[in-house]
Design a protein around this ligand. Structure first.
Ligand code: B12
Length: 243
């Protein structure tokens, strides 16, 4: 992919996905009511709030990142402070999954012209929503994306990338103790002399808490959310095509 092409894809989709210019207080109102609906395990109200935000012409990508993801982060804080139980988080995550499905309909994929990507959540980790949203955004940006799901062994990322002709592996983890598995993807790539032809992008909560952590696991890049993931993947696709 040419440099101009990568930049065009990135700037176009960033704009259409995140819809710059929506008043912060409008988003805060949706965040507050959506948070409340999930906390009450009220699926009907949660669905209605998301529909209201769509009807108010807030771009679905913005709703996904600024309402859904922000609210899940807030539940993460409550979990860390032990103000909410794991079984409650589990039930809330199930409701969250229906929100992803509700919004995905409004985030259609584009014809594949940007390159091929393999994505999954690393072995030992069953947090699957982040990788799923990144996959949706990458498809919108024209990437062909192979989703491996959760609890994926490091070697499977590499084997699938080779099989599908992918130039980028996207590995997600939300747990700190799975860092070795992420690093193992790089080690397998290095062992097979593939580091020039297949690049590694990592993401998830630990990488968002520490922006330099990706270097420790020898990844090529990280991105804090699905919108920024488009840019990171586009740049690496370009690097591969120029090598
Ligand atoms: C929901 C949730 C769960 C659900 C998951 C359900 C599911 N189907 O996914 C359940 C209840 C199962 C769960 C279980 C556990 N959880 Co949990 N969980 C969460 C919570 C609250 C939200 C995660 C989430 O889905 N967020 C919404 C998604 C969309 O956001 P995201 O994943 O961050 O993804 C975005 C970005 O990070 C980025 N991104 C993500 N992946 C990638 C990949 C690439 C390549 C790129 C570029 C970008 C990118 O883009 C995404 C979209 O914008 C987080 C809190 C948090 N702050 O993350 C804790 C959290 C991740 N969990 C935590 C823990 C401790 C656990 C358990 C160990 C608890 C336990 N005692 O058993 C277990 C682990 C189970 C396992 N082995 O996987 C901790 C992890 C702490 C740590 N340092 O390791 C957190 C941070 C909570 C906390 N603050 O303590 N959890």
């Amino acid at each position: 992919m040419s440099k101009g092409n990568a930049q065009r894809i990135t700037s176009f989709y960033r704009k259409s996905l995140t819809g710059e210019g929506h008043p912060a207080d409008q988003l805060v109102a949706y965040q507050t009511s959506y948070f409340q609906a999930l906390a009450n395990m009220d699926a009907i109200t949660a669905k209605q709030i998301i529909q209201d935000a769509i009807d108010a012409k807030i771009p679905p990508g913005t709703i996904m990142l600024e309402v859904f993801c922000s609210v899940m982060d807030r539940f993460g804080e409550l979990q860390a402070n032990q103000e909410i139980t794991l079984s409650e988080i589990y039930a809330i995550a199930r409701l969250g999954q229906t929100t992803i499905d509700q919004l995905m309909v409004f985030l259609p994929e584009t014809r594949f012209t940007s390159g091929t990507v393999v994505i999954g959540t690393i072995a030992g980790d069953f947090h699957g929503m982040g990788a799923k949203i990144v996959a949706v955004f990458l498809r919108m940006a024209g990437f062909q994306v192979y989703e491996l799901g959760v609890n994926v062994p490091s070697a499977t990322f590499v084997d699938t990338a080779l099989e599908k002709g992918a130039s980028v592996i996207c590995a997600s983890t939300l747990l700190l103790h799975t860092m070795d598995q992420i690093r193992a993807i790089h080690d397998i790539l290095a062992e097979r002399k593939l580091t020039d032809s297949i690049k590694l992008v990592v993401g998830g909560a630990p990488f968002n808490f520490d922006s330099q952590l990706y270097k420790t696991v020898h990844a090529d890049a990280t991105a804090i959310n699905a919108s920024d993931a488009i840019e990171a993947v586009s740049q690496l696709m370009e690097a591969v095509s120029h090598d």
